[in-house]
Ligand binder design. Structure first.
Ligand code: S3P
Length: 428
């Protein structure tokens, strides 16, 4: 589907509530399925990725019912069952979080399984979870390190694992395997990645030790509890950037999760002179949440985004590229090589597509460099390469292009944020 986007004249105005966090929605299904009893999950994501996780746990024998379009009831006896006497295939769709986290859960079961993914997911690297899980005693076969993953259920032992990557998916996979492994599992990462798994495990009564970038977990049982899911800062990011770069804008985004391991976009935008205020901070089911006010910011300046910043805003880098195009000076993004392993190679795709509309952006091995304060011409068709975050980032660029742009593949927004366009229309 091709979406035309044209310049808006009077800025973005008003208030919206951002839908549920995708990462937390996945974890809510997984952890309440592992807990014995009934859990109510409120404000569950309507994105296709989280529905993949939901359907997968139904296949694993958990009773999950929709009470309304965003409220779920999960009834579990704390144990998963194979859907068949033979090996059974469980589809993960486009969702890396589903495949990598569920691998950690299935590796220690008494049954065998196969995890499959769509074309994009089948191209994404899986050795990053296969290697540590194998050290724990798991048996996982892949095709050159890619899905489908054939998992032979085995008893697992705890390990101490020093990861080379800062990836919440790898960390969560190992912690979930550790929940069902003998002895202690210790995971250490170079920079702290999102800690929703740790926070939800603690909320559900699991004792874990956290010391800086180290997490330690033992075999544990979970308490079934109701979970209220906060809004997704990665979805809010498109509105944050849109308001910062569109003259006359002044918006409030309500109920945004501001967990410090995810709020890099706010710090970077402030560093760039963006006018952002955090209002009414509180906590929901162990996660920090707030309303955010954002105003058009005329005097944005370039910045360097690197090191510990990267995992705190990894999914926001495509839309940050659009933000940087409107900042005075140069913005440099480095140490972000893992962006090449997302739903698309986000480094080369951002660069090739933003160049088409006149943004001064150069690809590097591990990021990109943008020279800003560009008047964006538009008048081009941008390809989103089946990547939801690229589609929405290009839409935001379209709001300030001199001439209309077209985005090919806009329907991919359904993966994380089907409400994106209607919320944007509420603000214009
Ligand atoms: C996620 C972790 C990140 C992020 C992805 C969701 C998660 O991936 O990019 O969208 O829910 O744990 P990596 O762990 O591969 O960095």
């Amino acid at each position: 589907m091709i979406k035309q986007v044209s310049k808006i004249q009077n800025g973005l105005k008003g208030e919206i509530e951002i839908p549920a966090d995708k990462s937390i929605s996945h974890r809510a299904i997984m952890l309440s399925s592992l807990a014995k009893g009934k859990s109510i999950i409120r404000n569950f994501s309507q994105g296709a990725d989280c529905k993949s996780t939901l359907e997968l746990f139904k296949l694993l024998g958990v009773e999950i019912n929709y009470l309304d379009d965003k409220t779920l009831e999960v009834l579990s006896n704390g144990e998963l069952t194979s859907n068949s006497n033979n090996i059974y295939a469980y589809p993960c769709g486009n969702s890396g979080t589903t495949m990598r986290l569920v691998s950690g859960i299935l590796a220690g079961q008494k049954f065998n399984s196969i995890l499959t993914g769509d074309e994009s997911l089948s191209r994404r690297p899986m050795r990053r979870i296969i290697e540590p899980l194998t050290l724990m005693g798991a048996k996982i076969e892949a095709i050159n390190g890619h899905a489908p993953l054939t998992i032979t259920g085995k008893p697992l032992q705890g390990i101490t694992y020093q990861s080379q990557l800062s990836s919440a998916q790898v960390k969560s996979c190992i912690l979930l395997a550790g929940l069902n492994a003998d002895g202690k599992t210790i995971y250490i990462e170079p920079s702290k990645s999102r800690d929703h798994t740790e926070k939800m495990l603690q909320y559900l009564g699991v004792e874990i030790n956290i010391d800086g970038n180290m997490v330690e977990i033992m075999k544990s049982e979970l308490e079934a509890k109701d979970i209220d899911i906060v809004g997704d800062i990665s979805s809010a990011a498109f509105f944050i950037v849109a308001a910062l770069i569109t003259p006359k804008s002044d918006i409030i985004i309500k109920n945004v999760g501001i967990n410090p391991t995810r709020s890099g976009i706010i710090d970077v935008a402030k560093r760039m002179n963006g006018q952002i205020k955090i209002l009414d901070e509180k906590e929901k089911s162990g996660e920090k949440v707030a309303d955010i006010r954002i105003k058009y910011s005329e005097n944005l300046i370039g910045t360097i985004i690197e090191g510990d910043d990267i995992p705190r805003l990894i999914d926001e880098l495509p839309v940050i590229a659009v933000l940087a195009s409107q900042a005075d000076g140069t913005t440099l993004v480095r140490n972000a090589e893992d962006l090449r392993n997302k739903e698309a190679d986000r480094i080369s795709c951002i660069v090739s597509e933003l160049k088409k509309i006149g943004i001064d952006i150069t690809e590097t091995r591990d990021g990109f460099v943008i020279n800003g304060k560009t008047k964006i011409n538009g008048d081009a068709e941008l390809e989103c390469y089946h990547d939801h975050r690229l589609a929405m980032s290009f839409y935001v660029a379209g709001l300030i292009c001199e001439k209309e742009i077209a985005i090919n593949g806009f329907e991919w927004t359904k993966i994380s944020f089907p409400e994106f366009e209607s919320l944007m229309n509420n603000l214009t």
